[in-house]
Design a protein around this ligand. Structure first.
Ligand code: IVH
Length: 739
């Protein structure tokens, strides 16, 4: 047995050699025990290795490094999580709920790539793990940081916490080293093959899911109950709660696991297909899901889906569907993304779970844009492991059983207070009422009378949107705009929300509180809060209930740390109607800087009608931006008080230029028009490719057009180009230039 204590006679270099050898050995046993369920040594022997390791570390603290096994036990609490920006965004997946949806997915891909039905298309199918995704960054094989998904572009730095998860290697197995090969028990031929093929890239971000197993979840809740701790609703919440601990020693005590299935930044790709990438991750020392399968037809995908669904109950961990991904990475690249999801992947969800409960009341919520949204308060009910106590009823027509397009919902059954309803929850989709059980309707239940005025103290009339461009017509909206306190508060809440300014310690409750105290009335007030606090002798935040000396200081600090903000987030945070995240990103990328964006807004809302029309056309040429967005921008920035409020805000901030897709391409910033038929790619692919390279794609030729790519059959646009002297090229010339 190894002696844990007598380390004092060692020299530093002897200690270092032993320490490193022990570290590798401990890592190997961790992998055998946790990863492969095949321990080689007894617990006592393992503990002895660890004790000796710790003893060496205590005697020679300088031995500790980024790959020390002692990090597995966690470290003293930190104050809060820092942010990490994802160089490659962490995306989400589109959903399929039926076999038809899967067929459509395959069809879309073939159409986009211009592939006929008889051409081979490989697709992988693997379980969708119901945990939380995490991005692990390895530099020269060493784990340097770990971040949660966050909003996809920025996550939280959970490095110390993640280092306590035994299934996350602190350093990657080098497949060409003896130890790695031994531990994976490969045949000689396999060794040579792997060694030749898989090299550890200088930088690789490995992404996957942190999750908790069913038995561990039950055990944790029992222990929590015994200690009076928090009881978790489901394994995913338990995993998330365990990871997001400021005291990483708590994370260390929680049984978390990790499956690797995706990647972010990679300096040299170790493989050219999805399945080989995941195999490479396995050789690096990660757990990968054994149910991943390579399929060739939609039928094969569906068969595998049902086979996974059958095994669902016995897997020992939660999954909520099956993810399909195009196997060939070259094709993935060509397919690219739409908004936040890849075109080359989809999540085929398992059927939704349902439960019945009673509607106890209907409340009206006033949104940022004045929309009155009815919310049903329910007798709490568990649906698919989550307690649901309220669901949105969308609008007054929905309550009556009428859909947005005038269609009939629930066979026309309306929803009344007192009704028994069927509630459904499909994975991460928000719960909804799918039916009303008429035979359970009590005699006192009367049709719901939708309010005609805003519920705020001003009681402003609320009118239906009917007839306006871009409206669905069923929304009743308060006409008070910025005079309506409910709307102002919602604007502020949106402003500080997670995907906008995301100010720690300034959530919805605090906004309401400061609004009531008259300290925050518009966004710029947030950044003046500290000054006002210092200036006022009467109102001191630290004296308010719930705010101590420390939390006030933390709040000011959190506000200060957000004085720098990316243009995408900033535009989104303004809360202009119809300008969601993806529209905000499009605008930010098109204009690059706040100054440039402001310039177009000034033209758009200015007195000069010609300039105004010009600005409209320029915006209209951007992908996914049409009349609804342009009208909303006009309306918002056309109001002098909004303009003034924005300027007061901007004066407090440093707005960072947008992250551009690619600046150094030949077509970046150029406006391209495709016309005629394209032969080597579909119109959609051509458009997506041009946009990836930083170009704008427009549907019509004007003097602003830089290049017209013309295929056979091109007509009026080609003529127009000739008249205006715009450069014209063939599809081949175009491809030669950009690929
Ligand atoms: S692939 C670009 N594969 O699902 C796509 N995601 O809605 C990257 N998830 O945030 C994701 N299991 O947390 C992928 N086998 C799997 C997954 C998986 C679970 C989660 C992941 C992601 C979300 C997407």
């Amino acid at each position: 047995m190894i002696d844990a204590h007598h380390t004092s006679s060692l020299t530093l270099s002897e200690a270092k050699a032993e320490y490193e050898k022990l570290g590798t050995e401990i890592a190997k046993h961790d992998d055998l025990y946790h990863g492969q369920d095949a321990p080689l040594v007894s617990d006592a022997e393992y503990d002895a290795l660890r004790r000796r390791y710790t003893a060496l570390e205590e005697q020679f603290p300088e031995l500790k490094s980024d790959i020390s096994q002692s990090q597995r036990v966690g470290a003293a609490p930190s104050e809060k999580f820092k942010k990490i920006r994802h160089n490659v965004p962490m995306l989400s997946l589109g959903n399929a709920f039926s076999v038809e949806d899967v067929d459509d997915f395959m069809e879309r891909i073939r159409r986009f790539l211009g592939m006929s039905a008889d051409m081979l298309l490989e697709i992988t199918a693997e379980p969708k793990i119901d945990g939380l995704s995490c991005s692990l960054r390895y530099e020269n094989g060493v784990l340097v940081s770990a971040a949660t998904r966050g909003d996809g572009s920025e996550g939280e730095d959970v490095t110390v916490n993640v280092k306590t998860i035994k299934e996350v290697p602190l350093f990657l197995n080098d497949p060409s080293s003896d130890l790695a090969l031994l531990s994976h028990l490969l045949s000689q031929a396999e060794k040579e093959d792997q060694g030749a093929r898989v090299k550890i890239p200088e930088v690789i971000e490995i992404r996957g899911e942190i999750y908790m197993r069913h038995d561990d979840f039950a055990g944790l809740n029992t222990a929590q109950q015994a200690n009076g701790g928090k009881i978790f609703a489901n394994p995913r919440n338990a995993a998330a709660g365990s990871l997001r601990q400021l005291d990483s020693r708590i994370t260390a005590s929680r049984p978390l696991h990790f499956f690797a299935y995706a990647w972010g930044e990679v300096s040299e790709m170790p493989a050219q297909s999805q399945i080989e990438m995941v195999e490479a991750f396995h050789t690096y020392g990660f757990q990968t899901n054994p149910l991943m399968k390579l399929c060739h037809t939609a039928q094969e995908l569906i068969t595998h889906y049902f086979s996974i669904e059958e095994q669902r109950a016995t897997l020992g961990y939660d999954i909520d569907g099956v993810v399909y991904k195009v196997n060939d990475l070259g094709l993935q690249q060509r397919l690219g993304f739409v908004a936040r999801s890849p075109r080359w992947a989809i999540a085929h969800k398992f059927p939704a779970e349902r439960a019945t409960t009673i509607v106890c009341g209907i409340d009206i919520n006033v949104g940022r844009t004045g929309a009155l949204t009815p919310i049903a308060r329910l007798e709490p009910v568990t649906v698919g492991g989550v307690v649901v106590s309220n669901v949105t009823l969308h609008n007054e027509d929905y309550i009556k059983g009428i859909g947005n397009d005038g269609s009939v919902l629930r066979e026309g059954r309306d929803i009344r207070i007192g009704d028994t309803v069927l509630v459904q929850r499909a994975g991460d989709v928000i719960p909804q009422i799918v039916d009303v059980l008429l035979d359970k309707r009590p005699s006192f239940a009367i049709p719901y009378a939708f309010p005609q005025v805003c519920p705020c103290e001003l009681k402003t009339p609320a009118v239906r949107d009917v007839g306006l461009k871009g409206e669905d017509g069923s929304v009743r909206r308060c006409t008070g705009e910025f005079a309506c306190p409910a709307q102002r508060i919602e604007h502020l809440k949106h402003f500080v929300s997670r995907r906008a300014f995301d100010i720690e310690g300034l959530g919805e409750k605090q906004i309401e509180f400061f609004y009531e105290k008259d300290l925050i009335r518009e966004p710029s007030d947030i950044f003046n809060l500290q000054l006002r606090d210092q200036a006022s002798e009467l109102v001191k935040i630290r004296n308010f209930e719930g705010f101590g000396e420390l939390s006030t200081r933390n709040l000011f600090h959190a506000i200060d740390s957000r004085r720098q903000i990316g243009l995408e987030r900033f535009i989104y945070a303004l809360g202009v109607r119809h300008v969601g995240e993806s529209t905000a990103a499009t605008l930010a990328r098109a204009y690059g800087s706040w100054a440039a964006f402001w310039a177009i807004l000034e033209r758009l809302t200015g007195q000069d009608l010609l300039l105004c029309e010009d600005a409209r056309a320029e915006l209209d040429a951007l992908d996914q931006i049409g009349d609804a967005v342009i009208d909303a921008l006009c309306k918002f920035f056309g109001e002098a008080h909004n303009m003034a409020a924005v300027l007061r805000l901007v004066a407090q901030l440093e707005i960072l230029d947008a992250q551009m897709p690619k600046q150094d391409t030949l077509v970046a910033g150029k406006t391209i028009v495709f016309t005629g038929s394209l032969e080597r790619m579909s119109r959609d692919e051509a458009k997506a490719q041009a946009e990836r390279l930083g170009a704008k794609v427009s549907g019509s030729v004007s003097k602003k057009t830089d290049i017209v790519v013309a295929g056979p059959g091109a007509g009026s646009k080609l003529k127009q180009a000739a008249t205006l002297g715009v450069r014209v090229m063939s599809e081949d010339e175009w491809l030669e230039m950009v690929v």
